[in-house]
Design a binder for this molecule. Structure first.
Ligand code: CMP
Ligand code: MG
Ligand code: ZN
Length: 356
């Protein structure tokens, strides 16, 4: 699984913002999630560090892919999980976030991205609540799907043949689990505005005072809604798939005599307008906050490392600060280079191009 030609080929552009997960999935014969995950865990040195047995990882990934594909959802399937995982890697690697995190935290971020929509039913939280589904009953209508993704994943890990966390110490496991829970619960769109408001407030402080778990949750949430900031072709494809999933839910709602959930009525939903609204009110402000957050992380890291020798300007120091973790990924990886740029600006400008 680790070293086949197919695995190497389908993850070739994994470091790029323009990584086309849909094409990569075709090369991977529908198994892009396992290839992206294995490649990344390997390259960040996490398989070695946390003594993950290859067979156990393989079993776990088979279960993940099959759980993601249970309901044959157009959008919420293992390709979406691979997309969010690769985008999270981009933030860790190209935006330098990995330097701010411990190995365990990097592992938790990638793991949370992999599992964040596991066993998604292809219907929204609103549908679960309104249809009084079993899982809405279990989770008392609160973040129904997000609780379900987490609970089903951690249930899998009770089987030692699937437990890729079996060699974490008791303390590591507790911290890991708590981070993963916070990140995945943070993908519930209901908490979007509140979380963004809190984060903006924290980022306005002179001192960088963002709690790691909150920062990691912001990053995962942004990666989860990042497709409008990708190339038009990719974004267009994802949007079509998501709307088809919403419309299938609308068909069920009609059958059950329930009111249509937002964007779910295939006869009256204004697709283009809804997308402009989603981009302007949700994605764009999130990416702006993410850009500021990542800039501040870099600045804080530079300060921690301390001023270099000589009389470099603050700006120059910032650009040339050592990146120990990124250097080690380069050494163990494919000789890729990390780039330094204003991520917020790039995301914003792609989003704007997509809107034109
Ligand atoms: P999920 O992936 O569970 O979490 C993020 C949510 O954002 C996603 O489900 C959708 O409900 C919503 N979302 C993502 N992309 C769009 C889009 N283009 N238009 C409307 N909603 C979206
Ligand atoms: Mg989700
Ligand atoms: Zn998602």
């Amino acid at each position: 699984m680790l070293f086949t030609d197919q695995a190497v080929q389908c993850t070739e552009n994994i470091d790029c913002w323009s990584f086309d997960v849909l094409s990569a999935n075709r090369v991977a014969n529908g198994q892009i999630l396992r290839h992206v995950t294995t490649d990344l865990l390997n390259r960040y040195g996490l398989i070695h560090k946390f003594k993950i047995q290859t067979a156990v990882l393989e079993n776990f990934m088979i279960q993940m892919e099959s759980g993601y594909n249970t309901y044959k959802n157009p959008y919420h399937n293992s390709i979406h999980a691979a997309d969010v995982t690769q985008t999270t890697h981009y933030m860790l690697f190209q935006a330098g976030l990995a330097n701010w995190l411990t190995d365990m935290e990097v592992f938790a971020m990638l793991f949370a991205a992999v599992i964040h929509d596991y066993k998604h039913t292809g219907t929204t939280n609103n549908y679960h609540v309104m249809s009084r589904s079993d899982i809405a009953l279990i989770y008392n209508d609160r973040s129904v799907l997000e609780n379900h993704h987490l609970s089903e994943t951690f249930r899998l890990l009770k089987d030692q043949n699937l437990n890729i966390l079996q060699n974490l110490s008791r303390d590591e496991y507790r911290d890991f689990r708590s981070l993963v829970i916070e990140m995945v619960l943070g993908t519930d769109m209901t908490s979007h505005f509140n979380h963004l408001k809190i984060m903006k407030k924290l980022l306005a402080h002179q001192e960088f005072s963002v709690d790691k778990a909150k920062g990691m949750a912001l990053v995962l949430h942004c990666c989860d809604i990042s497709h409008p900031s990708k190339e038009w072709r990719v974004h267009y494809h994802w949007t079509k798939l998501l709307l088809e999933e919403f419309f299938q839910q609308g068909d069920k709602e009609k059958e059950l005599g329930l009111p249509f959930s937002p964007l779910c009525d295939r006869n009256t939903t204004p697709v283009a307008e809804s997308q402009i609204g989603f981009i302007n009110f949700i994605v764009s402000p999130s990416m702006e906050v993410l850009g500021t957050f990542l800039d501040k992380v870099q600045l804080a890291l530079t300060r921690d490392i301390g001023p270099g020798e000589g009389s470099l300007s603050a700006e120059h120091e910032e650009k040339t600060a050592p990146n120990p973790r990124i250097r080690s990924i380069q050494a163990s990886g494919k000789g890729i280079k990390s780039v330094s740029f204003d991520l917020g600006m790039i995301l914003e400008s792609t989003i704007k191009q997509n809107l034109l």
